[in-house]
Design a binder for this molecule. Structure first.
Ligand SMILES: [Zn+2]
Length: 162
């Protein structure tokens, strides 16, 4: 009888431990893989603003219509706020009406795509190919010539004027 209680207790301990691994840890681990620019979470926290860290490293989303590049129409190149990688050309930016800067194409090789199952949806996540930073998502309801809509957080971006 005592042994049974012990087994049940051990079982619950295992479950509690599994639940205790929070999402941030899992995200950090997953993002540490195979990217050219590698930093510890502490280093990222040090070199990014809290909002940049929340979006780029913890896969957060900025509030719609609040980002600095939503209504931005200058000529130049949008780069990764985490590592400076050139991501999107201003010629491919369009007004999607969604509240986030939107592009119909990325610079070749600049981003990698991953399937994202969070929040009960199946979406395609867009990551910086150099540092693995979370940029946003890509949808297939964009304009020609690609038909794609890269829906990107302003806070993940910086801008190089041409
Ligand atoms: Zn990057």
């Amino acid at each position: 009888m005592k042994r049974n209680i012990l087994v049940v207790l051990l079982f619950w301990l295992l479950i509690l431990q599994a639940c205790g691994q929070n999402k941030e840890n899992q995200t950090a681990k997953k993002m540490g893989k195979n990217f050219e620019v590698k930093k510890t979470e502490q280093e990222w926290q040090h070199c990014l603003s809290p909002e940049q860290y929340r979006v780029l490293r913890l896969k957060g989303t900025e509030r719609a219509f609040t980002g600095k590049f939503y209504k931005h129409n200058e000529k130049g190149i949008y780069i990764c706020a985490g590592c400076g990688n050139e991501l999107f050309k201003s010629e491919t930016k369009f007004d999607s009406g969604t509240g986030w800067p939107s592009y119909y194409d990325a610079i070749p090789g600049a981003v990698v795509l991953e399937t994202d199952y969070s929040y009960g949806m199946i979406r395609t996540e867009v990551l910086c190919a150099k540092c693995g930073g979370h940029l946003g998502h890509v949808f297939d309801d964009g304009p020609q010539p690609t038909g794609l809509r890269y829906c990107i957080n302003s806070v993940s971006l910086d801008f190089k004027k041409q």
